[in-house]
Design a protein around this ligand. Structure first.
Ligand SMILES: Cc1cc2nc3c(=O)[nH]c(=O)nc-3n(C[C@H](O)[C@H](O)[C@H](O)COP(=O)(O)O)c2cc1C
Length: 183
């Protein structure tokens, strides 16, 4: 049976902090639009309070989450236990993008490790926390972070990454503008 909470209690926060992987789901309002589900890794997630979470978002070939948040704000995070006690935890919230150069960016960035290719920070206000059993989630061992992104971003260099973001990260698959494309 799923259990519902209004905020992330301390056990939830502890569980979230331990996960090396989380998933982020967003969707456009248009029912024919593409729903996005992204896996996120590295040490990029921070619980800011019992009702607020943030993650450092890295450069990619698309920018779906940010586009959907700019349009409608809805976001769901999923965390699951791949070892030890089974558990799935979902956070339902309202998210937004914080871009480099803003006052909030300067406040939040020091909370994260320095990762080349950092693109933006996603902040979400959480209004519903839901846990469920996770009995059918496989048992897996964490072998380590994948260094591929860091190496890729380092070898590309910030100038090339910035040019790539201006080209590929300004609209979603469905043509919604992202904050990177609104400046
Ligand atoms: C070097 C590189 C690394 C990527 N890593 C991820 C990743 O870890 N997770 C992911 O969902 N997409 C990754 N992508 C794919 C795109 O960024 C994808 O368009 C993105 O997931 C869109 O959703 P987002 O807005 O959540 O980033 C990567 C792309 C590139 C070029």
């Amino acid at each position: 049976m799923a259990k519902v909470f209004e905020e992330m209690e301390s056990a939830h926060q502890e569980f979230i902090r331990k996960q090396p992987l989380f998933f982020v789901a967003t969707a456009p309002l248009d029912a024919a639009g593409h729903v996005n589900l992204s896996p996120k890794g590295y040490d990029t997630l921070r619980v800011l309070s019992s009702k607020r979470i943030a993650y450092l978002d890295l450069t990619g070939s698309g920018n779906e989450t940010s586009a959907h948040l700019a349009e409608n704000g809805r976001i769901t995070f999923t965390f699951c236990s791949f070892s030890g006690t089974a558990q799935i935890l979902r956070l339902y919230g309202e998210g937004r993008t914080v871009l480099p150069g803003s006052e909030e960016w300067a406040e939040l960035l020091p909370l994260f490790p320095t990762i080349p290719g950092t693109r933006q920070i996603i902040v979400a206000e959480i209004h519903r926390v839901q846990t469920s059993c996770g009995y059918a989630v496989p048992l897996m061992e964490f072998k380590g972070e994948r260094e591929t992104f860091r190496k890729w971003a380092e070898s590309a260099g910030e100038e090339k990454l910035e040019a790539g973001r201006k080209e590929k990260n300004v609209v979603s698959l469905d043509g919604l503008r992202t904050p990177l494309g609104m400046g």
